[in-house]
Design a protein around this ligand. Structure first.
Ligand SMILES: Nc1nc2c(c(=O)[nH]1)N[C@H]1C(S)=C(S)[C@@H](COP(=O)(O)O)O[C@H]1N2
Ligand SMILES: [Mo]
Length: 251
């Protein structure tokens, strides 16, 4: 039987739910158990991880690339510091890496381009109901994190972006499982061209097993944290804070 990954995950989540319900008679009196079960998001994430392990998101051929890849969300940045970097071709720009790291970094684009590169042709799925297949190139996020060195308390990687969405800065975050996944890259090239402004110049995240809003564009700073509490709205991303989107947006 051929089933799509999404269906498989749906079945897996239902299966896990069934198992849990089966045990409910015995366990539903226990507060500890209900606490351990956590939110629906957490259950979805754990079901998906159980089924997918560290599997790769599907990759496509050149022939399957979309002739048009829509740009969505912010299509540009008005911040004056960003505008100056843009006008200078990002020659003076650096990516800040800080927070719970051994060695904070300020990496110019040339340093990101000099790291080992990964190229992948993947499908981008936006919650608004469109998809597009594009080619992305950049260093694995893991290579950048290895250079900074994580402190033992680091649990989340936060991407601070240059644009604003509905009056507040765009940001996103992932955990270390996704951060070290081989297809999680800091893309500076799209479809064999330097990343354009609408698509997130100078760099944007590709975290291929999650939905479009996790693919942070215009990344200026990467911060390692032990918690997402106390950061902006506390839900780990601009869409999560503003519209209640799921933090774990597994496809
Ligand atoms: N900084 C930033 N990143 C962002 C957004 C945004 O508005 N600002 N929109 C998100 C959404 S909803 C989608 S679908 C994708 C769109 O990427 P694209 O413009 O390359 O198609 O970027 C995501 N990353
Ligand atoms: Mo999106």
């Amino acid at each position: 039987m051929i089933v799509s990954r999404r269906k498989l995950i749906g079945m897996g989540a239902a299966g896990a739910g069934g198992l849990l319900l089966g045990g409910c008679d015995k366990l539903n009196g226990s507060e500890t158990f209900r606490g351990a079960l956590g939110s629906a998001t957490d259950l979805t994430m754990r079901s998906q991880r159980l089924l997918m392990g560290d599997a790769l998101a599907r990759e496509f051929t050149e022939a399957e690339m979309s002739p048009v890849f829509k740009a969505n969300g912010s299509l540009g940045v008005s911040d004056p510091v960003y505008r100056q970097h843009f006008d200078q071709g990002f020659a003076q720009w650096t990516l800040q890496v800080d927070g719970l790291v051994k060695q904070p970094l300020a990496l110019p684009l040339s340093a990101l381009r000099a790291l080992p590169q990964r190229t992948q042709i993947t499908r981008h799925d936006c919650v608004e109901g469109w998809s597009a297949i594009g080619k992305w190139q950049g260093p694995p996020l893991a290579a950048v994190l290895a250079q900074a060195g994580l402190l033992p308390s680091a649990r989340y990687v936060v991407f601070h972006c240059a644009d604003m969405l509905r009056g507040a800065p765009y940001y996103e975050s992932i955990d270390l499982v996704d951060a070290f996944h081989p297809q999680t890259i800091l893309a500076w090239r799209m479809n064999d061209q330097p990343l354009s402004e609408p698509h997130g110049a100078p760099i944007r995240l590709r975290v291929e097993r999650q939905l479009g809003y996790k693919q942070a564009k215009y990344i200026m700073r990467i911060e390692l944290r032990d918690t997402l509490a106390g950061l902006h709205g506390g839900k780990g991303g601009r869409w999560e804070d503003a519209l209640g989107y799921q933090w774990y947006a597994g496809i």
